[in-house]
Design a protein around this ligand. Sequence first.
Ligand SMILES: [Zn+2]
Length: 365
Amino acid sequence: MSNLTLLTSDDYLPDRVSNILNGRKNNGNNVVTTLDINMQAAAYEALGDFRGAIIALDARTGAVLCMVSKPDFDPESIAESWDAINADPERGALVNRCTQGLYPPGSTFKIVTMLEYLKENSDEELKEFSFDCGGSFSKDGYTINCYHGRNHGIVDINTAFSESCNSAFAYMGTSFDRSGFKDTCEKLLFNRELPLKFPYNKSYVPIGPGSDTGEVMQTAIGQGKMQTTPMHMAMITQAIANGGVLMTPYIIDHIENSGGDVIKSFAPKEYGRIIEKEHADRLCELMEEVVRDGTATRLKSDSFTAAGKTGSAEYSSNKVMSHAWFTCFAPVQDPEVVVTVIAEEAGSGGQFAVPMAKSVLDAWF
Ligand SMILES: [Zn+2]
């Protein structure tokens, strides 16, 4: 759409006629995006030499505030560098990792697992939840380990989430009604089309009534066969920040003619409620504790409050390497902005992705 818009002219009609009669080209329209130049620059800088993606959305409207994908290319010289870019498909410079990059979500998916746990358990049961983490959890011949073999000791529901205890979540997963877990995932648009007007890939989660214990344990911690895009994680985070209502992401604010007159404006559009209000509020509290006292304390700032969830998604068979994830919103009261980060092969989310998100939030506040 943007290319056509740029080639179309909506200048004053007599001027256009005069141009045509005199053999002059008409001035094309301008597309004005929703991008915030400061955040875009901060995100580009923060990602550094890592492959990966950083995306920010307006928490209230769904407007895309920044969208960085690396490796990238210079659009100014794309014609000259086209052959070189295509000669190196492994690098994937033409892939927009924000919307097309599929990754295991790792512990950022514990947001979804927790939502299912909130749905299936009463407030009393949540208060009484207690799990003794010895660094791993085994059932039916399957074992899930905590990240780097960490032993979390006795955790309640809040510390299981804020410390990102894999064993506690795998244990929670084994109690789930698997059809219910599938429904919750699909309500959040896993295995579904996303309401996006730009190229993207669908997220995939293998859970269903036929899933065995191993599959449900892997899914509960965001590992196994499942895959998601940074944009999708940003959308789920936006819905939580917005009381459970997802706004359709959009990147064009308005179109104007060469004289600056607005030809068309794009208003924010509500997709609909994907999380019940009470559950969204509870998830906000849990995500706040991650920043206050959990795996994302590097986000603490004097200029804003924030809530989020880290992830360290293991992708190698020896479980040594991980992609660093973080998804968050700020401020906690009346959220304005959502930031989602993935840095490929960086290491833990708390150590690598959280400081990147902080740079982007600093640019906003
Ligand atoms: Zn643990």
